[in-house]
Design a binder for this molecule. Sequence first.
Ligand code: ZN
Length: 534
Amino acid sequence: MEELPVSVTMTDAKATAQAWIDDHLGELSAFHQQIFGHAESAWREYRSAADYVELLRREGFDVEAGSGEMPTAFAARWGSGGPVLGGYAEYDAVPGNSQRSVPYRAPRSGLHPWAPGHTDPHSALGVGALCGVLAAKHAMERHRIPGTLVFFGEPAEKVCGSKPVHAAKGYYDHLDAAISYHPMLTNTTIWDTQCGSYWSCVFTFECFDPPWGRPELLATPGRVHTIPRSPGALDAVCLMYTTTKFTKENMFPHTGTWTMNEYLMVGGLATSDNLTPPISQIQYSWRSPDLGIQEQLFGVLENNARHVAAVTNCEVRVRWVTKTRVGLTNHVMAQLAYRNLELVGPPAFGDEAREFAREIQRACDVAAMEDPFTAEAQVVTDPEEEDERFRQALPAWQKNFTSDDYVEYTWHAPTVRLYTAKPSLREPAGWAHWANNALNGLPAAIDPTWTTAGRTVANTFLDLLTEPAVLAAAKAEFEDRTGGGVGGERWVAPLLARDFAPPVDLPWPEYVDTVRGHEWVLPTPGPAGFGERI
Ligand SMILES: [Zn+2]
């Protein structure tokens, strides 16, 4: 790595921040449990966002709740003058991943077994970033360090939802630097291979004019049930699904990694009749390393949708969910955060976490190990080494890989992508999703992950606030890579319009309150369960 213009050491201000974290571990851990327990999915994180807003207001932040026309987003601000440093929390969970913090497979009780759960986990992501910002704030107060901290609530990361919207609406303008944190498999920062692009849209098929046959040709023309119905919206969505499976391999050569997934948003309306299903909705999400590829993939989808609509007597509309850019790296920021991560050291998973993990191994019929956690989760890894290892699976031309909407920050201010390791099980048993989710909810296992992040974030913010040379170097690199900063010749503008309507009104799954109680949008199964296994 190149030399930073400052040496990264444990200053008095950083020591103050670290001591604040030590003193507030209990409260922060309880807050993490609260968010983990809400387990709300994309665009529906009402309780989680409200908890963050309340906590930040109590801490003296000026909070805009519902920022960017997104009910579960927020923008919180504290301090005055420059530099202006940004960070954020995510808090969306993933449907189908419900799991209690127990060392065997058990979805949360009282809900549909396929209710959401925290996988990444974004619960720890948010609390790690929060921990760093609050600790930095405390040190700024104690040491009279000027500057402004901006902390965003970023919902719906699982559909790359809010950050392209915040970016398009100008929320990241005036940031001097930003830290993006995510729990991962190693402790490091991204060096070169930032995330690629994620686009998503919903096709809605509507059948306005059934039937399409000629009723007068039938023997009993007045009888509704004998009239041939139009194929309609359910057939449209089935054909869209199938047609797209057939065309997928021709959308773009499979020389680099790209993926496309679909999600049936509306398709049934549940009562079978001879009437034509009037509406269906299917969401497509696709990831690739390049914006040109993204356009190409959409072109095929759009073509398929038009043809399918014609075949099924439907009209079709497209509504965009999101469009992200690809990530722009910043070596100064990557190095600064990494040096601070080194100062903090990797997460240490203690006896309680290890014993819990061994119980998981027994539940998976795997011999219990003395140290059930991976080696790479328990050391810090040099970002360049990590990048080299990561790139071994990629073609040389491919600059970006996978997706996450943090990339939106990278085009508005020098940004680092920081990883700390979650409690990851050694193979075999590492594959068990429920085990990963169970560990994410056990304080003894997950708290070391996000506290390591919080400590690193606080230290990095304090260096950026007190060492003008390092911030200047990060900004010079940003200017250079964008060809002149925001608006520069190599700068990429937000892909959504400033007046983009966030897709919060689409039928995303959510928790509901009914006469049956508080439950997942899929009703909690009664004693009959899902019927007989066949
Ligand atoms: Zn994530």
